[in-house]
Ligand binder design. Structure first.
Ligand SMILES: Nc1nc2c(ncn2[C@@H]2O[C@H](COP(=O)(O)OP(=O)(O)OP(=O)(O)O)[C@@H](O)[C@H]2O)c(=O)[nH]1
Ligand SMILES: [Mg+2]
Length: 251
């Protein structure tokens, strides 16, 4: 039995994917453990050359709520999260949270997501709803995020302001409706993929305002390949969906 203000939600685990985050990981985990002590943590490390995996092991040795899944090579955010979701289901968690290691997602705001999950299957931390914001983000990143979300709404008809964000909480029961085995997205379009699956499955998806803070330490893993993957996948999904609707309407 989990104690604390979110005991009614059951057992909670926060998945933190890492690739070369040795400076950030101890800080973010300390903040998380202080902010929501009832939540466990699982670090999903892709064999970081900077030794993040070993640091995660050290943290795990001092705190039984901290777990580590070691993966052999950098295979993208989507693959790391899918491994984390399987692990969380095997371990019998009721709530799975996605959170970056670099401090952009503030653990102190996790209670907002968890509170919203009481009336939802998926609670999305959102920068682009009233009350949401970004701090110190370069203008080009803001434009990319706003543009990506606009294109997502246009192509997929997803009624969300921030479908690309990566600070979110799922009830693990929601995973049953998402057909996770069919998810191919590797980079950040994984986030759009899952949000869209949730909307199509008729799950209750809510957006919660968050303040997103630009990373202060370590290097971004964002690159053109990740943007290109998101662009082509969203375009193909949108076109396939429209084609299916047209055929459905014609038959
Ligand atoms: N395991 C794993 N983690 C990854 C991979 N790519 C990124 N991450 C982690 O995913 C989180 C988000 O990546 P970031 O590089 O911060 O991406 P971003 O937030 O879009 O970029 P910035 O805003 O510039 O920081 C961080 O915790 C990364 O360490 C990957 O291939 N494998
Ligand atoms: Mg980041």
């Amino acid at each position: 039995m989990t104690a604390g203000p979110f005991a009614d939600l059951g057992r909670i685990v926060v998945c933190i994917p890492t690739y070369n985050e040795r400076e950030n990981l101890p800080l973010i985990i300390a903040r998380l453990r202080a902010a929501v002590p009832e939540a466990d943590v699982v670090v999903l490390d892709d064999g970081s050359p900077d030794g993040t995996g070993a640091i995660a092991d050290e943290l795990s040795a001092t705190d039984s709520a901290i777990h580590v899944v070691h993966r052999t090579s950098k295979a993208g955010l989507g693959a790391a999260y899918l491994a984390g979701f399987s692990w969380a289901r095997e371990q019998g968690y009721d709530v799975v949270v996605e959170m970056d290691a670099d401090g952009s997602h503030q653990p102190e705001q996790l209670p907002r997501l968890l509170a919203a999950l009481r009336g939802a299957d998926l609670a999305l931390g959102s920068r682009w709803v009233a009350g949401g914001s970004v701090v110190n983000w370069p203008k080009h990143r803001e434009l990319l995020s706003r543009g990506g979300n606009f294109y997502t709404r246009l192509s997929l008809g997803v009624p969300l302001r921030d479908a690309t964000g990566g600070f979110r909480a799922f009830r693990t029961t929601a995973f049953n409706a998402l057909d996770l085995g069919a998810v191919e997205s590797q980079g950040y379009c994984f986030q759009v993929d899952l949000a869209w699956r949730a909307v199509r499955a008729g799950l209750r998806v809510v957006e919660v305002p968050i303040e997103f803070v630009e990373r202060e330490r370590g290097e971004s893993k964002m690159n053109q390949k990740i943007v290109a993957e998101a662009l082509w996948r969203v375009t193909v999904w949108g076109a396939t969906d429209k084609w299916a609707r047209l055929r459905g309407a014609g038959s």
